[in-house]
Design a protein around this ligand. Sequence first.
Ligand code: ADP
Length: 188
Amino acid sequence: MTKRPRLVIFGRQGAGKGTQCALLIERYGAVHISTGDILRAAVAEGTEFGRKADEFMSAGNLVPDDVIIGIVNDRLAKTDVQQHGFLLDGFPRTEPQARALVETLGSSGIDLAVNIEVPLATVRERIAGRNRADDNPEAVDRRLQDYEDKTTPAVRFFGTIGKLVEIDGSGSEDEVFARLTGVIDTHL
Ligand code: ADP
């Protein structure tokens, strides 16, 4: 197994992506690049950029592609990523972001994109049970619809370059993790 896994994780809201990313980081030692975390940190720091990002995020919109692509490219160029590999979480979220990533790294610079697939009915049930402040039904529907409209084309793009594996996200966290490591270990 390579020591530097270079992975992209996809999953719609409620698919268990956050939990699985934490487990994957622990197992593979790759650098966790979560664009949501990076943006929230910038907002908390109150930088000029953070204030701009906050306007998009609090309106429920995506941050513009060129902005987020620049942030991710800077992060990917750092030595820790070169040494340990990466787990991209929350990026790419649109097809232009996916194309930009592959342009930056080359398709051989990415080992695998994994999509954790959970049916819409199941994620709705899961989200209804978790009681987060931003989980009111309208906001949930909007985010799920956004995922279908904008992120599904990014997922498909990895299929067109032969880098996509779909895994079944139903069942327990352990079951999903076993499926994930199964496909990742096979491809590394
Ligand atoms: P969620 O809470 O929807 O799972 P994240 O924590 O990944 O989302 O991101 C929070 C917010 O940050 C998003 O709703 C969006 O406004 C912004 N964001 C995160 N990643 C991206 C991205 N790749 N492109 C554009 N905007 C992003």
